[in-house]
Structures are given as C-alpha cells and as structure tokens.
Design a protein around this ligand. Sequence first.
Ligand code: ZN
Length: 236
Amino acid sequence: MSHEQLLEIQRIDVETDQLKHRRLSLPQRAELESARRDRQTQQVTIDEVAVLRVEAATRQRRLEDEAETVSARADQDQARLYNGEVTAMKDLQALQTEISHLRERQESIEDDALVSMEEAERLSGQVSAMEEACSGLDERIDRLVGEIAGSEDDIDAKLAALTEQRATCVSEVDADLLEDYAQLRPGFGSATVVHFDGRNCSGCPSTMPAVEADRLKHVPSGTLDHCNECGRIVVT
Ligand SMILES: [Zn+2]
C-alpha cells in the first residue's frame, strides 16, 4: 500500500531529523566547550606564573653570582690584610673597614638571593598545583570527547539503518507521489502526510468546510489526495 509506505517515509524522515538534531546538540558538546574554555584560561594563568618563576630563578642566580663576586673581593682583601702588603695602621684599618662593608654587602645580597629562591620555589609549587588541577580538567575533556564520539557512533548507526529503511520504502512508492511529498515537506515538516478522520483533516488548523469534508469522504479509502484547505497530502 503506497500510503502506508509514504507515512513510513515521513516517520523515518521525522526520526532522522530528530537524530540529526540530537547529534548536533549533545549535552556533552556544551560541557566540552566550557571545559576547553576553562582549560585555556587556566593555561594562560599557568604560563603567567611560570614566567614569574623563571624571573625569580634568574634573579636568584644573578644575586648569587653577585654575592660570589663580592665574597671574592672580601677574600682578596682579607689576604692582603695578612700578606704584609699593607703595613700602615691607618691603611690596615681602612682595609678592615672595607672588608667589613664587603661582608655586609655579601650577606645582604645573599639574603635577597634567598628571598628570590623562596619565591621561585613558591611559584614552582603554584605551577605544579595548577597543572595538577588541569590534569583533572584534561581527563574530563578526554572523557567528554570519548562520550561524544560514542554517542555520534550510536546515532550514526541508527541513521544508517533509517537510510536503509527509507530506501526500501522509496522503492515501493510512486515516484510522482514521492516528488510531491519532497516538495511539500519543507513547508509542512512532520505533518506533510496527514489523516482524514471522516470530518476533518488532521493538518488543518480549523474545522474543515462541509464541502471539502464531503469531497474527501468520497475519496476511496487508502487513497492519497490533497486537502484543498491546507494543501497537505491526506490519507483517507
Ligand atoms: Zn488540511
């Protein structure tokens, strides 16, 4: 029966559209997008902190080098104090004062280096903690990508089965009728082929005029005709 096949084609088309819509609007897609945005934002912060950590570590090394240079100079002066090179009491005192200043400076620079080292360590811990937090987010992203792929495979299998079913139905429906249905479907969607219950067309928004109802009533049962009111294909 041609009208049953046409109704079946309509059912398949409706289900196909629903599946395609479901494929596009899987809830995990929005979740994935949001997770990826979060991941990107966190990476920006991680990169910023990592830059600060490198700066602190560089500062620490520079200060350590500077402290070493000052220490070497103090050691040199210390040696001069005892090697007999300087003998005058006044010069010896001046040398001792300089050594004392150099040692103070060395200590101060070493303190600064320590502060920088601690800062670098703190920032390094911060980077590790943030990367750790991101690993959870990365796992979530991977899980969502997997779930989406799984759902897509499920839907694609159903779509393939529907395509096959549709092809079988199409082979049993008159080509002109199919063409008619194809032309009307963009406007009427899931209600392109409708029923006539003896009084009204189920596609018409209002009560059918008696003349049109009477006309359709006299169309042989199982025949396909058009409703003159709404233009849909009516199964009587
Ligand atoms: Zn109608």
